[in-house]
Design a protein around this ligand. Structure first.
Ligand SMILES: Nc1ncnc2c1ncn2[C@@H]1O[C@H](COP(=O)(O)OP(=O)(O)O)[C@@H](O)[C@H]1O
Ligand SMILES: [Mg+2]
Length: 233
């Protein structure tokens, strides 16, 4: 692709993503190029990423509920505008100085897919990729699936599947059953299991209603502020 084409495409994509103004999405200000190297200008997030946090282990249940309540609404808003994230993972969830969470890097994968930079090699992060994503059939539900993997990881500090290479990850997402949440942490509320089962369903046609308002994480039995709360993890 010609450099000028690339930059104009890059800027178009930034404008698309720029339509996303939501309290839980990192604002993207501009796209530019320096010595042939394209770059994005976005808000500086001073609290690091959820990857930094989950590397230290599972998060308290109340924190996870708060994160999903914020991010679920943001994701639904993006999907309602036809924008799919395509690379949701803890490293793309950034925190501000108060610890509030934000989705980052919307549309970046779509942008790089259209360039020669990635003509060989798979796009996305295999640990979080839905079965259909490996087939190139990305839809909003691919984001829903990735959020299911993230939910499991935040609650347990572990991934729901075990694999090493990209082909092993493909097999895991296509065939393997996810680990049972409560086998990893028996103190977690039973109500979470069916939510994860639906999010991590093998079929893209699986019924799902989106993560808006945390997809009822809190509603299920009132555990988040009741018998659950900080003490369960
Ligand atoms: N807007 C931002 N403000 C502060 N830190 C950021 C921002 N964007 C990215 N980072 C940091 O840089 C790291 C790498 O980000 P990135 O280049 O998007 O790669 P990836 O998403 O694959 O981890 C993130 O995990 C985060 O810690
Ligand atoms: Mg990123």
């Amino acid at each position: 692709m010609q450099e000028a084409d690339f930059l104009s495409r890059f800027q178009r994509e930034v404008r698309t993503v720029g339509q996303l103004s939501h309290a839980a999405i990192v604002p993207l200000y501009d796209a530019a190029q320096d010595n042939g190297q394209p770059y994005l200008v976005m808000r500086l997030m001073k609290g690091g990423s959820l990857l930094d946090r989950v590397k230290r282990g599972a998060l308290p249940l109340n924190d996870v509920v708060a994160i999903f309540n914020r991010l679920g609404g943001a994701l639904d808003e993006a999907h309602s505008k036809g924008i799919i994230h395509r690379d949701l993972k803890p490293g793309n969830i950034l925190l501000d100085e108060l610890g509030q969470s934000y989705l980052s890097d919307f549309g970046i994968v779509k942008l790089t897919e259209a360039t020669s930079m990635t003509s060989h090699g798979m796009i996305g992060t295999p640990m979080y990729m839905s079965p259909e994503h490996f087939d190139g059939k990305v839809s909003p539900r691919s984001d829903v699936y990735a959020m299911g993997v993230i939910l499991f990881q935040l609650l347990t500090g572990k991934l729901p599947f075990q694999a090493q290479t990209p082909s092993e990850w493909l097999k895991a997402h296509l065939i393997d059953s996810p680990l049972s949440l409560r086998a990893v942490n028996p103190h977690l509320p039973t109500e979470l299991e069916p939510i994860l089962q639906r999010a991590l369903a093998k079929s893209a046609e699986a019924l799902w209603y989106g993560w808006g308002n945390g997809a009822g994480l809190e509603r299920s039995g009132g555990w988040a502020h009741g018998r659950g709360g900080e003490s369960v993890i």
